[in-house]
Design a protein around this ligand. Sequence first.
Ligand code: PBG
Length: 329
Amino acid sequence: MITGKYPNLRLRRNRKESWSRRLIQENTLSSSDFILPIFLIDGSNKRENITTMPGVYRYTINRLAQIVDKAIKKGIPMVALFPKTKKILKNEIGSESLNENNLVCRAIVEIKKKYKNQIGIMCDVALDPYTSHGHDGLIKSKQIINDETIDVLVNQSLLQAEMGCDVLAPSDMMDGRVLKIRKALDNSNYKDVQILSYAVKYASSFYGPFRDAVGSKKSLKGDKKTYQMDFRNSDEGLREVALDIKEGADMVMVKPGMPYLDIIKSIKERFRIPVFAYQVSGEYSLLANAVQKKIIDEKAIFESLIAFKRAGANAIVSYYADRIDKIIK
Ligand code: PBG
């Protein structure tokens, strides 16, 4: 009798040859699975190194084509824009976020003018690149004030939509902002602008190099624990997602990525909506530095990225996005 167990059953049979291994592959990666973050700086003709993130740069608006051309050529569906705002333009209330000539707005206009809909543009909705204290919201008596912050975020959303942003990504973690942004967009005839909510965003130590890249690291006073989630929790994340879906989110993000694969998986299983993973700056730096120093092989990058797909992510925000074709090979 043949039984469904050893010695009749041998799982290694399917792994014996490369062609067979390829046939039984459950997950794959391609450039279409990625969102590429781009850091912006003022000035002209500059591409600036970010020391904590080897291989990642800040671009001036007139040098944007260098990276956007590359993204389009490689088939990356969307870029995410992050500004490094000059210190003199930052203040307590982050008013530069509402300036239609700020870095992000100028970049959106530039990209849309040149590339139309060849590539999507995603923009963060949050105040931290613009506030002198580095927080995502307004502060009153040492508290991040929720509802007043939302009023500004709604205006920031409308402005970015007006400039041509395709996907608004509230990363601020205020309660109720998705609903208010959705309503404002619909009332202003931006019915088709999508909302990708950073629904599950943890108060994480993995954001360090990003804060360095956008220049908010030194200015940040305290931590973000009164609005970003406690990394001890997972049920709370499911509640956040359920609420954001009700409020009108088209897609949700989990952030950071690799330490939170369990969260990605449970959201996907439970809600069956598009889920995105953000392989954040600290994760990138760990990998990039270890690979650069030959502590681990470059193949570890691919392994880390496929883990997001296996967990159920539809796409991944990654600083590797522009080099992913080489990594896959
Ligand atoms: C701002 C924002 C942060 C990141 C994306 N948007 C930092 C933060 O919340 O402090 C982090 C991204 C990364 O680390 O790569 N709201």
